[in-house]
Design a protein around this ligand. Structure first.
Ligand code: ZN
Length: 233
């Protein structure tokens, strides 16, 4: 990869870190960000740095085994989690991990976010936000904790820990983190008012079709009574 491309990606990671910190999604040195560079290499944030005040020296290039190939810092302790997700999801180009308070409150209470209540979350993040079981931060077990739902999900709650979002690029991964936290805040407020009302029946299918760029009725049965199977397209 050209030096100028790596520099641009480092600037993007720094900007996303600054926004995560400014929005209170991380405290002190929490959180980590990574981008797939191609050729089996990844840019990851260094361990022990505030995401609000990073410089290009705080981004390290690692290989698929997590070994440092460029940069002076030590890679984030969660590099295993990021690299595991990249290895299973060729469609993923960037990953954000943070401890945003509302999403993390759901993760700490062991409670999944109510599905099927807001169209925006389905269009931006996807219909499913799994709650991955608790595992010790920085361990191989944490990486494995997301395995069961890694197939299609764009965002995870990590029990007693925080949130993880995946995207085709860094903008998408970061926007999913913002949207997830915004959604968790709305859900928390709505639950404090009482029950939340689900979207009308069939709406999840319609939104899924729209999110894939297809006709809203793409999952409705055709004249032969056959609906497109879930997960196709
Ligand atoms: Zn964390």
């Amino acid at each position: 990869m050209a030096f100028s491309d790596l520099f641009r990606i480092k600037r993007e990671i720094i900007e996303v870190g600054r926004r995560m910190y400014a929005r209170g999604m991380v405290a002190a040195n929490d959180g980590n960000i990574s981008v797939r560079l191609g050729g089996g290499l990844f840019a990851v944030t260094a361990a022990g740095v505030s995401k609000g005040f990073m410089t290009p020296d705080d981004i390290v290039v690692v290989n698929e085994e997590g070994r440092r190939v460029e940069g002076g810092g030590k890679p984030t302790s969660e590099a295993k989690l990021h690299l595991f997700a990249y290895s299973r999801r060729p469609d993923v180009g960037a990953i954000c991990h943070a401890h945003p308070p509302y999403a993390t409150a759901f993760a700490v209470s062991g409670r999944e976010l109510p599905p099927n209540i807001l169209p925006e979350i389905i269009l931006t993040v996807g219909g499913e936000i799994p709650l991955a079981p608790y595992a010790t931060p920085s361990t191989e077990e944490l990486a494995r904790s997301i395995e069961e739902h890694l197939g299609e999900a764009g965002a995870f709650l990590l029990a007693n820990h925080g949130a993880l979002t995946l995207g085709g690029d860094l903008t998408q991964a970061y926007y999913r983190l913002e949207t997830l936290e915004h959604y968790a805040k709305i859900a928390w407020l709505a639950l404090s008012l009482g029950e939340v009302k689900p979207l009308p029946e069939g709406e999840l299918d319609r939104l899924w079709c729209i999110s894939k760029g297809m006709d809203p009725s793409c999952r409705e049965p055709d004249e032969n009574g056959e609906a497109a199977p879930p997960g196709t397209g």
